[in-house]
Design a protein around this ligand. Structure first.
Ligand SMILES: CC(=O)SCCNC(=O)CCNC(=O)[C@H](O)C(C)(C)COP(=O)(O)OP(=O)(O)OC[C@H]1O[C@@H](n2cnc3c(N)ncnc32)[C@H](O)[C@@H]1OP(=O)(O)O
Ligand SMILES: O=C(O)CCC(=O)C(=O)O
Ligand SMILES: [Zn+2]
Length: 419
């Protein structure tokens, strides 16, 4: 069998099968733009904007939408009601403190489920709510039983899980699992965890509870998506995201970045569940609503996410995009671009442009023009328009054999611009 007939991913680290605990091909998204995202410094969502975002995320296909606690304000309460009444395919959750008053208010709004949370680290037990572990277990029991009695889905989560005592934590999860919660949650509230620590905690937890496991990771040290992936590989089932990663401080896994990660792991699974071409629209909607730009290096939708520049890359990409692309731009409604007006360009990329323009130049002509582009681009990069002008002039000048003279007469990029 020739190398080209072989499956190129076989026998590679990237192509290796995942472990027996892995849910990389079986996970659900809890989209928290309308909860964690509202905690982003710039965020203020009107009811209409929340509805627009909720509908867009529903169209995209996320399994859950998490909303701000109805205890936060009158409008938050009314918005929970309004979004619960939209009849979306996604299940609607609201996020509440481990307190009967909050749980009762939330149940009134018609949501499908409650995400209950309470801090378990010594920092939060001492400086936030001031309660000990026994009090937490007792209140959790009361709140969970109440929510279940109303027939709603319930998740119980420990805030700041990674700085909590592991014995306390597992006792608490064991107790709430016995009460029949749908999910337990672990939260890296301060963004301190690394993927190996996440793997260890989730694996341990997987051995202790029989319910699903949700995870929530903050991005203070830029590990949020890697941590979410490590959690799924080790038995977690649900991941919290927000559009563009907006949230408290610098937020949580971005929906788009997380989707990119999961697509790289199991493209067909991700394509079958989510309407990927909607991603750009949703990101623009949220960016606009909170007054930020989509970052230049955003996965998938960043302006250069599918731009190839260096000559070595450009040649291979033009032969087969898989050489330097793990994500197919067309799956996301995006397009690939090969930049050529710079000093890192190569003759293969220039030849490709010559062919696109049907100029019929030889390889040696392309090499000569490439050398000129490099000289000129040492002064400043050339726009595609300028490169095209140069190529066309050269092609036209071949008629009277003045093409070499034309190249020799150009010493600066400005001369082309003003041609
Ligand atoms: C890590 C996270 O992102 S968790 C989610 C964060 N989300 C929010 O905070 C939602 C928006 N918050 C709010 O609107 C308000 O903070 C409210 C309505 C929840 C509470 O407001 P207030 O009653 O004015 O209290 P305040 O915000 O000053 O302090 C928090 C209170 O909640 C208590 N508390 C904090 N966490 C929890 C918890 N998980 N479970 C139960 N009680 C808690 C604190 O002890 C404190 O109570 P206290 O007033 O008796 O001291
Ligand atoms: O409810 C949760 O699991 C997470 C709450 C939260 O936003 C956090 O801990 O950062
Ligand atoms: Zn958070």
């Amino acid at each position: 069998m020739s190398p080209s007939q072989r499956d190129p991913s076989r026998s590679t680290i990237a192509g290796a099968a995942s472990g027996y605990l892995s849910n990389v091909s079986n996970f659900k998204i809890i989209e928290s733009t309308l909860r964690e995202g509202e905690q982003f410094a710039n965020a203020f969502f009107t009811t209409e904007k929340k509805i627009e975002i909720a509908k867009a995320l529903d169209d995209f296909g996320v399994e859950y939408l998490e909303l701000t606690s109805p205890a936060a304000s009158t409008q938050s309460y009314n918005d929970c009601k309004a979004i619960s009444n939209l009849g979306l395919k996604a299940k609607i959750l609201t996020h509440v403190r481990c307190h009967m008053d909050d749980a009762k208010l939330a149940v009134e709004t018609g949501v499908d489920g409650l995400d209950v949370v309470i801090g378990t680290s010594s920092y939060l037990r001492e400086f936030s709510h001031g309660k000990d572990m026994q009090y937490i277990i007792d209140t959790a029991t009361e709140v969970i039983q109440y929510i279940k009695s109303k027939g709603l889905e319930v998740r119980f989560s420990s805030e700041d899980s990674f700085r909590s005592d592991i014995v306390d934590l597992l006792n608490l999860y064991r107790a709430v699992d016995k009460l029949g919660v749908n999910r337990v949650g672990i939260a890296d509230t301060v963004g301190c965890a690394s993927p190996d620590q996440v793997a260890e905690l989730v694996r341990t937890l997987r051995g202790v509870v029989s319910c699903d496991i949700e995870c929530h990771f903050h991005n203070d040290t830029n590990c949020a998506i890697a941590n979410a992936y490590a959690a799924l590989q080790n038995g977690a089932t649900h991941v919290d995201t927000s559009v563009l990663g907006i949230g408290e401080r610098n937020g949580i896994p971005s929906l788009g970045g997380f989707i990119a990660r999961m697509y790289a792991a199991d493209k067909e699974h991700v394509k079958s569940k989510y309407n990927l071409t909607k991603l750009r629209e949703i990101e623009n909607l949220v960016a606009d609503a909170v007054g930020v730009s989509v970052p230049f290096n955003n996965p998938i939708t960043g302006y250069c996410a599918f731009t190839h520049k260096a000559g070595i890359h450009a040649k291979a990409i033009l032969n087969n995009p898989s050489t330097y692309e793990i994500l197919k731009p067309e799956d996301f409604g995006m397009t690939r671009y090969v930049a050529i007006g710079h000093r890192l360009t190569g003759w293969n990329a220039v030849k490709n442009r010559v062919e696109q323009l049907s100029l019929g130049l030889s390889d040696s002509d392309c090499k000569r023009i490439t050398a000129k582009i490099k000289n000129l681009a040492d002064i400043r990069p050339l726009s595609l328009d300028d490169v095209d002008k140069l190529l066309r002039k050269y092609g036209e000048a071949m008629v009277d054999d003045s093409h070499h003279a034309i190249l020799d007469s150009i010493d600066t990029p400005d001369q082309i611009t003003h041609m």
